[in-house]
Write a protein of this length. Structure first.
Length: 580
């Protein structure tokens, strides 16, 4: 099996799902397409039916005091989005925006098309309906930083913890028996997956000085553990499923799918009064908001829409002949977690399992949050670790899901010599480098330019390399020696002549194997573009409530924090308009 064959297999399976999607098998579960005309009015218009939009719109509707129009560019989520084992087949489908980065000559050399493939969900539930389903909140240090940036203590960890707990419904007997930081009465079910196969790796990591914990929390902020997922009853738990779908007969909720928001409409007082949209029958109309327009389109599309509407850097907008309404650094401050890949050849084993059961999470995985300084209360990097007992599963992750080119993936697979593969992504959680989103044109159907800026600050290369070197110490542990565990050197051209194990080698390896972790934030940040109540500076009646509002990235998966932002935004809006 080689990468080309693996990609071909996955593409064929995807094509089967695409044919099934034409039958709209899940459409009956969702609110019907609203009948909306030019000039139709609603109390609130929410642009973007992703993780944030579904939760926010639903909570406003549930007050019984407001009508809400929710606009989503994609469609209803398909069957493969619901089932825990089928999400890998959503990549590059019509349920993905299929964004790609611009070429920077640094981080994309070994990727298909020489660009970074940046998946974002294009369906109800957004990226929450598309991605891995991993659940994590972030750290006390992260949210307290937000509180400092905004000068608003309601963004502190102590304050937002209560909001997380309102969303969560922990289903895990082991964690419930210890001091529990999670909610148990919310709508989003969360649970851990435990695998016996992980135990020898936890032993090896403890030998390196990194402890195993049943849960990573404020009592145990660093170390290794089994992954938590927002999966319950073998189904993905998204805000679309748990917040929006139950309202399918609610007359206060109006849903438009396959509808692109093209422009926010302002009056002469710079007050947002509506949204121009391109409907599913290719008609341009304007819908009106009596109270507010709320943008929840994500870290790429939210700044795109704002700039198209005249909110953004003055010089850049004027260059596209767009009238400037508010001169703000929209699109700047793009942040992401950056992955680099380490592959190890292990003893041939049948313990790891391949894709198969659609109801079962498809990989044997665990997660780590190491800190080089053992007294530090937050991690320097994250590791996502997986075992593969067959080459097709590894090659699918490498060449299909992460879009590395076939030659690159085949070099790892050949080095594994038909043995079990242990793969780890070393994720740099808090890079200093910043990228940006720019307009490609004033045409709303043109994708924006995504300049991620990975390693634009050279300090990040040094730091990422140090994390690779730190984790690679695992080859010297008792377990790895017992099973002949060995690092697979892909023999990358750029690293030729560098002695393996030196910092120069790891710096080269970090950059050459780098890729997005798909946790983009910061392009409409609080403190610059937004105030602490998520209102856009310089205009009225307009908010942005999604990952783009984060002033700094969190040191974990972002989905839970996006839910928290949306829930907190709903609380603020309900208070502002006395909707209780």
């Amino acid at each position: 099996m080689n990468s080309s064959s693996a990609v071909s297999y996955f593409t064929q399976v995807e094509n089967v799902f695409r044919l099934l999607s034409l039958l709209n098998l899940t459409a009956y579960e969702w609110p019907k397409q609203a009948c909306v005309q030019n000039g139709s009015q609603f109390d609130f218009i929410v642009v973007g039916g992703g993780t944030a939009g579904c939760l926010l719109a639903s909570r406003l509707v549930e007050t019984g005091q407001a009508s809400v129009l929710l606009i989503e560019a994609g469609s209803y989520p398909p069957l493969e989005s619901d089932m825990a084992g089928l999400f890998p087949y959503l990549k590059d489908s019509r349920y993905d925006w299929n964004f790609t980065s611009t070429k920077d000559g640094i981080s994309e050399e070994y990727h298909r098309g020489n660009v970074i493939h940046m998946s974002q969900g294009k369906m109800l539930g957004g990226s929450g309906s598309l991605g891995f389903g991993c659940y994590g909140r972030g750290y006390l240090h992260d949210f307290n930083n937000w509180a400092n940036v905004t000068n608003d203590p309601t963004w502190s960890y102590k304050s937002v913890l209560k909001i997380f707990q309102k969303i969560e419904k922990l289903i895990d007997e082991r964690i419930l028996k210890i001091k529990n930081y999670y909610g148990t009465k919310g709508r989003i079910e969360i649970t851990k997956q435990y695998y016996k196969r992980n135990r020898p790796y936890f032993d090896a990591l403890e030998e390196m000085g990194y402890k195993y914990h049943l849960d990573i929390n404020p009592d145990h902020p660093t170390g290794f553990t089994n992954l938590m997922f927002n999966i319950g009853d073998e189904l993905r738990q998204t805000t679309a499923q748990k917040y929006l779908r139950p309202l399918k007969h609610n007359k206060k909720l109006h849903l438009l799918i396959n509808t692109l928001a093209t422009k926010i409409v302002f009056d002469e007082n710079k007050t947002a009064v509506g949204v121009e949209i391109l409907t599913d029958n290719n008609e341009i109309i304007t819908v009106r908001a009596r109270k507010e327009v709320i943008v929840t389109a994500g870290n790429i599309k939210s700044p795109h829409l704002l700039m198209l509407s005249g909110i953004g850097p003055k010089e850049e907008l004027e260059a596209k002949n767009i009238t400037v309404i508010s001169d703000l650094p929209v699109g700047k401050n793009f942040q992401d977690h950056v992955n680099s890949m380490l592959v190890y050849r292990m003893t041939k084993s049948s313990h790891a399992h391949a894709l198969g059961d659609p109801n079962r999470y498809p990989y044997v995985v665990f997660v780590g949050y190491p800190a080089l300084n053992k007294s530090q209360c937050y991690p320097d990097y994250q590791t996502i670790n997986a075992h593969f007992g067959d080459s097709i599963t590894f090659l699918a992750i490498c060449a299909f899901f992460f879009s590395f080119d076939n030659t690159f993936c085949d070099s790892f697979n050949e080095g594994a010599d038909d043995k079990e593969i242990f793969l780890t992504f070393i994720t740099y959680l808090n890079p200093l480098s910043r990228g940006e989103i720019l307009l490609n044109s004033a045409d709303p159907q043109d994708y924006p330019l995504i300049i991620p800026g990975y390693y634009s600050n050279p300090i990040d290369i040094d730091k990422h390399a140090s994390y690779l070197a730190d984790f690679d110490r695992i080859v010297n542990t008792t377990y790895f020696k017992a099973v002949d565990g060995e690092f697979v050197d892909p023999k990358l051209k750029a690293c030729d002549g560098l002695e393996r194990g030196t910092m120069e080698y790891w710096k080269c390896h970090a950059v050459e194997t780098s890729d997005t972790a798909h946790y983009f934030v910061g392009t409409c940040a609080m403190g610059t573009v937004l105030d602490s109540k998520l209102r856009v500076n310089g205009v009225k009646k307009l908010r942005v409530c999604d990952a783009s509002a984060m002033p700094n990235n969190i040191r974990d998966f972002t989905q839970a924090s996006v839910m928290m932002i949306a829930y907190k935004a709903a609380d603020m809006i309900i208070d502002d308009y006395d909707l209780k």
